[in-house]
Design a protein around this ligand. Structure first.
Ligand SMILES: [Zn+2]
Length: 189
């Protein structure tokens, strides 16, 4: 069984040490995609060397509630480019899932993939995307939570899917980048 594991809202290395390292030590094959807030976490070149099993992906830039809706295509291009320079993978999840066509335009120009939970939201967009909703699908199980405690969301420390026992049930771990769809359709059902 393959799991694609992702956590949102990474903003400091202490969160890795507290929440991800103990799981990695108990589940040696674990790989995690961490959707991080670049203006808080900063460059990830050193972190990638230290934690090669973590994919550092971009989750907005400042993570204000609807920040991506306020971005023009030019601003989106500038912030996504900045994220790439800081070492983030070509993979983006908008905060609170809020995005518009200007962001999509910048992402397809820069060949950055979108992680979204609803297929219907981007029908017709030609860029690459990952569907986080395909939980329990035929190819893999998506496990998703948050690494920052917030009363409005679930949290890694208390999420049953993220217990060591539960993670040990999987034989292999992959990233959204291993499961991208491309083209104007929405891939498999
Ligand atoms: Zn978030």
């Amino acid at each position: 069984m393959i799991a694609v594991v992702d956590v949102d809202d990474l903003h400091c290395e202490d969160q890795i040490v507290e929440h991800l390292l103990p799981r990695k030590e108990a589940v040696p094959g674990l790989v995690v995609t961490a959707y991080a807030i670049p203006n808080r976490l900063g460059p990830v070149h050193d972190l990638k060397g230290k934690y090669p099993w973590i994919t550092f992906a971009q989750h907005g830039f400042e993570h204000t509630f609807c920040e991506c809706l306020e971005w023009t295509a030019d601003k989106a291009r500038a912030l996504l480019t900045r994220g790439r320079e800081l070492g983030y993978a070509p993979l983006f999840k908008p905060p609170n899932w809020r995005f518009d066509n200007e962001l999509l335009q910048a992402m397809s120009e820069l060949d950055i993939a979108l992680h979204h939970h609803r297929k219907a939201s981007i029908v017709g967009w030609p860029g690459r995307r990952y569907w986080g909703e395909r939980k329990g699908g035929t190819s893999h199980t998506n496990l998703h939570t948050h690494i920052e405690q917030n009363p409005a969301t679930d949290f890694i420390a208390t999420h049953a899917d993220f217990s060591i026992e539960s993670l040990l049930k999987f034989s292999e771990f992959q990233t959204p980048l291993d499961h991208l769809y491309v083209g104007g359709t929405n891939g498999e059902g």
